[in-house]
Ligand binder design. Sequence first.
Ligand code: FPP
Ligand code: MG
Ligand code: MG
Length: 399
Amino acid sequence: MTLVDPEINNIDPLKLVGSELFSIAGNISKLLETGNPQLSKIARYYFQSTGKQIRPLVVLLLSQTINKMVQTPSNNPNLQFDFTLIDKSVPKDLDSDTLSILRNTLISKAFEESNNIDLYQPRTNDFGLTIFPTQKRLAEITELIHTASLVHDDIIDNSETRRGKPTTHQVFGNKMAVLAGDFLLARASISLARLRNPEVVELLATVIMDLVEGELKQLKNTQTNNNNQGSISLPNEDTFSYYLLKTYMKTSSLFANSARATAILAGSSEQVAEIAYLFGKNLGTAFQLVDDLLDFTATESQAGKPVGADLKLGIATAPVLYAWQQFPEIGKFVERRFSEPNDTKATWDLVHKSDGIEKTRKLVIEYAQKAMCALCLLSPSPSRQALLQLTNSLIYRKM
Ligand code: FPP
Ligand code: MG
Ligand code: MG
């Protein structure tokens, strides 16, 4: 199933925000200067091989998209669109196929609109391509918080590789890695305070809290439903809600709240801030669902980290939950957290035999559609076009 032809990649985001994106690693490195060279070295370790930098990229492109709207008050009729349509409160009379068609129509319209504008206007003449210094700082803060959480996550997961290299704790030991993660978070907090915007501070502090709670929810694993006979029942709506809430907390919250913060720093209306939040929330969920899929479909060299890792950690993600509905015997593996010698292999094979991977991909498309629909409510611009493309291409990412 294709939303928009993935070949439609007629805009290069690096032409729009390349210089800002490339300066992020250098700026972060400066922020990590301390009187303790060993601490600085460890904290900088993951930044030596830059990752996808997807969170800063989204903040930068969204800044351009929204700043343009704030500078040029828009009478875009799309803004009258009832955007609750794209979130939870789906009208009862619309079945999911109709809703999907509606979303696709809106998305195609947005692509068309964006294509009709001059894609590469000279930067100096286009006020709309401005990114405020506070938004650039915010982009760095998202990467700092994300990296801090990865350093700690790799200790919790006892992962050996990240970005194709040994993990921080493998190289420097657990104690130093914990402290380096704390230090990254502290530097992020100082940068955040310097934005002098209490609402933005509260949003990003909430993200940090959500990250911890999401990780805790994951440690508890799937909400298991013991039936009265004492055995585990098949995954139901509650199981999926728990999984999606955990996904929101561990991944989508950072995308969602930094998108809202981007709008707040632009001085935009509450409505635009809410649209930005919905965009980030749905994009983040699609992104994490693809991550959970890649754990079953990518090769280790594509991922730059071990694959099949979730099962080994006792975690049942969407492909497993769907497969379990089809093959109830998976329940006993989930219940004992894939702890017996053949459990991970048996579950892996059943997931590949089931339609779990296909169903998860459908779910990814649904969330990506919602994210793109939120973008449709913002004024067309080259940056909005780049975000639409980015969301569309995330569905097909291989790493
Ligand atoms: C990666 O998930 C981990 C996260 C998205 C969040 C981890 C959060 C914590 C460790 C809580 C502490 C937070 C802070 C801010 C210090 P994953 O293990 O599924 O992904 P992976 O395959 O890339 O390891
Ligand atoms: Mg991990
Ligand atoms: Mg983890």
